[in-house]
Design a protein around this ligand. Structure first.
Ligand code: CP
Length: 321
């Protein structure tokens, strides 16, 4: 759990670093707001002015398409000034520390930092150093936390399948290296998920101390049996300690790839999720990714609504400082 207090003295969300340690009512409030912002594809997106005069800075020290683009769109739809720093062209490349970069941007009146980093603890470290009015939002931290992804996954499950307490959710793939799995687990546990299964070869299952209460399974067919929700995960090649440990993609697909045939073990009305980016033909085939069970694009749509809702929540903190 993070050492930094995520809720301010007035009870408002100040930082979003991890879903662990937050109360269920905080998540419910974000989800309710996200539903108000959700707009069907093809309609003009909803807008708000809660961040008028505020500055949101995206600092992505790891690649991203979905999270970065949706935070940027979310902030613009809330009327913020938005800066997405090109970190490869920033003075970090000349050796400037992250904290000096933060102090520099703080001096330009940044109010919210959206941070992705490959190292554990960076968002919390930034949160410890910023001025009292500033909020820090974790946009993906090493293999430990991706809270807005956990919220958008929960929102998608609730929309498509209803109450998580009545559902069997199977997370399949490289769980050991997955911040998405960790945050999905935390979100679903807040909502008393019926059963959460972790399905992977033993070397890709997490340490025994993690994911308490989840069921572990190394056989895909057993892991999928009767599941309502199947969440595929990418092999996170960049997080393996040694290249030699990365499974052979063809062999991995043969044993753990999600296909329509394999999904016959799940419930007939099961949905298939994937956080993206996908490696088609490794953890999922195209027929499944683009098939009728897939809610992968709905996850993306929920992502923008969730990020608008999180930004709206921390706007309360900024306004009251
Ligand atoms: N799901 C997710 O975090 O995707 P990006 O890496 O594209 O942001």
């Amino acid at each position: 759990m993070t050492e930094v207090e995520q809720i301010d003295a007035n009870g408002h969300l100040r930082h979003l670093l991890s879903l662990e340690g937050l109360e269920r009512k905080t998540l419910e409030s974000i989800l309710e707001q996200a539903h108000r912002y959700l707009t069907p594809i093809g309609q003009r997106p909803k807008r708000d002015t809660v961040l008028s005069g505020c500055t949101v800075v995206n600092l992505f020290f790891e690649p991203s398409t979905r999270t970065r683009a949706s935070f940027e769109l979310a902030a613009k739809r809330l009327d913020a000034d938005v800066l997405s720093l090109d970190v490869n062209m920033s003075s970090r490349a000349k050796g400037e520390s992250v904290i000096d970069t933060i102090y520099t941007l703080e001096a330009m009146q940044a109010d919210i930092f959206v941070v992705r980093d490959a190292s554990t603890g960076v968002p919390a470290s930034i949160a410890k150093h910023v001025a009292p009015h500033i909020s820090v939002l974790n946009a993906g931290e090493s293999e430990v936390s991706h809270p807005t992804q956990g919220l958008l996954d929960l929102m998608t499950i609730q929309i498509r399948k209803g109450d998580p307490s009545k559902l069997v959710v199977a997370i399949v793939g490289d769980i050991r290296h997955s911040r998405v799995a960790r945050s999905a687990y935390e979100a679903l546990m807040h909502f008393d998920v019926g059963e959460l299964r972790l399905v992977a070869p033993s070397e890709l299952l997490p340490d025994d101390s993690l994911f308490p209460g989840a069921v572990r399974e190394t056989e895909l067919e057993k892991g999928l049996a009767g599941a309502d929700v199947v969440m595929g995960l990418r092999l996170q090649k960049e997080r393996f300690a040694q290249m030699a440990d990365i499974p052979d993609p063809q062999e991995y697909f043969r044993r753990y790839g999600l296909t329509e045939d394999r999904l016959k073990a799940a419930r007939e009305d099961a949905i298939v999720m994937h956080p993206g980016p996908m490696n088609r033909g490794v953890e999922i085939d195209s027929a499944t990714a683009d098939g009728k069970r897939s809610v992968i694009r709905q996850q993306v749509t929920c992502g923008t609504a969730i990020r608008m809702a999180v930004l709206t929540a921390v706007a309360e903190h900024i306004r009251n400082k």
